[in-house]
Write a protein that binds this ligand. Sequence first.
Ligand SMILES: Nc1nc2c(c(=O)[nH]1)N[C@H]1C(S)=C(S)[C@@H](COP(=O)(O)O)O[C@H]1N2
Ligand SMILES: [Mo]
Length: 437
Amino acid sequence: MAGRWKNPTELTPVAGNGLLDRRMLLSSGMMFAGAAAVSAAAPTGAAAEPLANDPWSLTPGAPIPPYSTPAHPEAAKIAHLVVQNNGIGTSQARTPHHLLDGIITPNGVHYVVARAGAPDIDPDKYRLVVHGMVRQPLEFSLNDLMRYPMESHVRFLECGGNSAPMWSKTPLQGTVQQLHGLLSCSEWGGIRVSTLLDEAGADPGASWVIAEGADGVTMQRSIPMTKIMDDAVIAFYQNGEPLMPWNGYPMRLFLPGYEGNMNVKWLRRLMVTDQPVMAINESRQYTELLDSGKAWRFYYPQEVKSVITRPSPMMTMPSPGYYQISGIAWSGHGRIEKVDVSADGGKSWARAALQAPVLPKALTRFRMPWNWTGQPAVVMSRATDEAGNVQPTRQQLIAQRGEPRNTPNINGFPMEHVNQISSWAIGANGAVTHVYV
Ligand SMILES: Nc1nc2c(c(=O)[nH]1)N[C@H]1C(S)=C(S)[C@@H](COP(=O)(O)O)O[C@H]1N2
Ligand SMILES: [Mo]
């Protein structure tokens, strides 16, 4: 084995500042050797001595609880970042992407945006109605709906206001959770909305479906009939278990790739109609006020985006040497085609490895081997989706939308659908900060 191992410094870089060929990741032995060769924690003679029995090895362990939760302080760091408004007004919780890996968001840290908290719904009394321009209005109990053909898909969900802190005039310092945490990815299980509309007999002249939630704000959004018939789902399951209370239990609308706000939680009504309802969430909020003074409304897909989750702001790189740059990419237009990574502030780029599965409208994990020399560096990622959309630079987005008008607080939504490239600077001391290049 040892003969095959190479020190990463002997590997040929593929782009500036020490980016290494992604194909290196195919050889795990080499990768591991690389880490060991530069790691301060490389095995020593002393560490290889027989292990002492610590207290946890000397007594029977804890009994299995009915439902497991991360209990150890280290594991419990994986927590929501909650901004609560005493149940009145909008509360938010952000997903800690800087502490996660892979593509699935654990249910307990799925992001939340809720206008009126999570309603305490009795599933036995709960009803969903389908009415409006239909031949036959329908009313369903939860048990009725459970008999319909079910399917599940891994899909991301992202608030239209996610990444809004990136629109600040000066780079706000925060974790990936603070900057990009209104984003999660789950396996959503449920039934096609088209199945119910076919049964109700939707009028061919109908072009919209108004979805309404059962929470205290009676949230409504207008969904184009084309999207409803294409891939809209009424979801009951989230990563295999019933929806979490804050994510819409017992059921929510799920519209793959479309802005989070349209995915109405605690869904109780689908009204088939021929015009949008002009709810506050589509006429005033979740619109872009353009420099012309006009508002850009009814803009749905979440655009192609990516972010490096490790290393990322507020972290410190312990020492120079081998690292794996790791991050997530996603697009509301379909699959991620490629992710390019730069370690020299965008002067040179190289392709990252995309980890399977690469699913449409789902988070995609990318990885890039990197030998950090210890010199200041700026790492960036740029995603391209299968529709050919390329994640814009900050300058390109400003050219399209106009200069940022205000410096938002980290929880504000001054601009929707912000998908510019994120740049993380690594100082000579290893500290990672958010910069604009
Ligand atoms: N009924 C209802 N649906 C809702 C909301 C809400 O407050 N009430 N918030 C919306 C917003 S703004 C977003 S971004 C998503 C968030 O879904 P999540 O909380 O499951 O992540 O739900 C949407 N659906
Ligand atoms: Mo949202």
